[in-house]
Design a binder for this molecule. Structure first.
Ligand SMILES: *[C@@H]1O[C@H](CO)[C@@H](O)[C@H](O)[C@H]1NC(C)=O
Ligand SMILES: *[C@@H]1O[C@H](CO)[C@@H](O)[C@H](O)[C@H]1NC(C)=O
Ligand SMILES: *[C@@H]1O[C@H](CO)[C@@H](O)[C@H](O)[C@H]1NC(C)=O
Length: 416
């Protein structure tokens, strides 16, 4: 009896000791993570001249002096002189008589404008908060894509297995086989429903250089709904870049050093409004990305009025010269919750057949050619992994030039 008691006391003692060992380890792990998050936030959030705190979407916008933006953490940019305007613009610079946008278009804006603006010589940056980082799979991966996720229409003939890789699904139009120096599109804006926080739905253009191997160069811009990245279901303006197929380089928005912003009115990653409604008013944004033939930098313009800034040519290998492929369209992550196709929507969540006011569109898609002119693309192909889940249909007409409708509901009786 007494022997039994002492044995169990001994066991309890060992158990208590083990528990305390692991709790001390646990504490130091938590402490280390806290410090790491703190350091990361300090690196991302630069000292602000002014902060706009009460954006209706819960964002805080920091107005950071142009010369203090994240880009200048890059060792190659230590002595960089910011270019405050592009040396070349494919539509002609600051032309007061620019063609008015098509008749359905209405001006787009960002939600945070309702509570203030940033002063001259500053740029608006969406403040990253602790929760943003804690939602990421790891601190290091915050602001980066998880997988290689560029649709590769050419892989159809090469390796069909590649298509379903990592559960990303696309419905896109594309051109390849030439040298491209930019692309433009006017993109219908919606708020697709996302089934799982680890999924997203986006509509964007891709400027691609190199092969779909390990060194793919990509510049991407459009709108996205991404609960993991932003903590909500809002439709947000975003950019992405990588020079090694989403491995070590690149990130969304200004979440790493690379893109140099000059514009004080538009924040990357901020919510855009108004949004289109099914059978109601339609809204769209235009995005133009082009290569400045003089300096070689890749510039981006949002709408007709906002030249946002540029990606310096040295960030890239292939794109330091030109792009070899342009893609436009939608992408969703299908994480197959419950072993079935996700019900995350692409575009408006409706198929192309439904047409204007119901299905989402890209219109007036253009490329910048070897003479630095904006042109309708020739030989446009379309691609989708599973047209029964998300589809794409292209066309041509006077007002809309080259256009396509794309998207779908995801899971349905035809897409189990
Ligand atoms: C920046 O300028 C300093 C001083 O002129 C020079 O020593 C340094 O090498 C330059 N750094 C880069 C990355 O060009
Ligand atoms: C991708 O996966 C879906 C569902 O598993 C299948 O129906 C489809 O044929 C696949 N596509 C390709 C190109 O392998
Ligand atoms: C986002 O939408 C999903 C459903 O589509 C909902 O379950 C979730 O609570 C929403 N998240 C936020 C942060 O509003």
């Amino acid at each position: 009896m007494s022997a039994h008691i002492s044995v169990s006391r001994g066991l309890v003692g060992i158990l208590v000791m083990l528990a305390c060992l692991s709790c001390a380890q646990g504490r130091s792990l938590v402490e280390r993570q806290r410090l790491e998050v703190h350091r990361h936030l300090k690196r991302l959030n630069k000292p602000a001249v002014k902060s706009i705190e009460k954006s209706p979407d819960g964002d805080i916008i920091d107005c950071v002096h142009v010369s203090h933006q994240p880009a200048f953490d890059h060792p190659f940019l230590k002595n960089h002189t910011v270019q405050m305007r592009p040396a070349f613009h494919p539509e002609g610079l600051y032309d007061e008589n620019k063609v008015a946008s098509a008749k359905e278009a209405k001006p787009m804006s960002q939600l945070w404008h309702q509570n203030g603006r940033c002063p001259q010589n500053t740029i608006p940056i969406r403040r990253t908060r602790k929760d943003d980082i804690l939602r990421a799979s790891s601190i290091k991966r915050y602001g980066k894509k998880r997988h290689r996720s560029t649709p590769n229409p050419l892989s159809v003939s090469v390796d069909p297995d590649l298509l379903n890789e990592s559960g990303h699904q696309h419905a896109i139009a594309y051109v390849e086989g030439d040298k491209y120096y930019g692309a433009k599109a006017t993109i219908n804006v919606w708020e697709p429903k996302i089934q799982q926080p680890n999924e997203f739905s986006l509509s964007q253009l891709w400027i691609l250089g190199g092969s779909f191997g390990e060194d793919l160069n990509s510049i991407e811009a459009g709108w996205q709904v991404s609960p993991d990245l932003y903590g909500d279901n809002n439709t947000r303006l975003f950019t992405y870049w990588t020079s090694d197929a989403y491995q070590a380089t690149g990130c969304y928005n200004l979440l790493c050093s690379g893109f140099i912003q000059i514009n004080s009115e538009i924040a990357m990653g901020a919510s855009i409004y108004p949004l289109s409604g099914y059978g109601h008013s339609q809204y769209d944004i235009s995005i133009l990305v082009w290569k400045d033939p003089k300096e070689g930098n890749w510039w981006m313009q949002f709408g007709n009025d906002y030249v946002l800034g540029y990606w310096p040519a040295f960030l890239f290998s292939y794109l330091a010269d030109s792009a070899s492929m342009i893609e436009w369209g939608g992408e969703v992550v299908n994480s197959e919750p419950d072993g079935e196709h996700t019900s995350t929507q692409m575009g408006s969540g409706h198929f192309p057949e439904e047409g204007f006011g119901k299905a989402s569109y890209f219109r007036n898609i253009q490329i910048v050619d070897g003479s630095n002119n904006l042109k309708a693309p020739k030989g446009v192909g379309t691609f989708t992994e599973q047209s029964n889940c998300y589809d794409v249909q292209n066309g041509n007409n006077g007002d809309w030039g080259t256009f396509f409708y794309y998207g779908g509901p995801g899971k349905s009786s035809n897409c189990p």
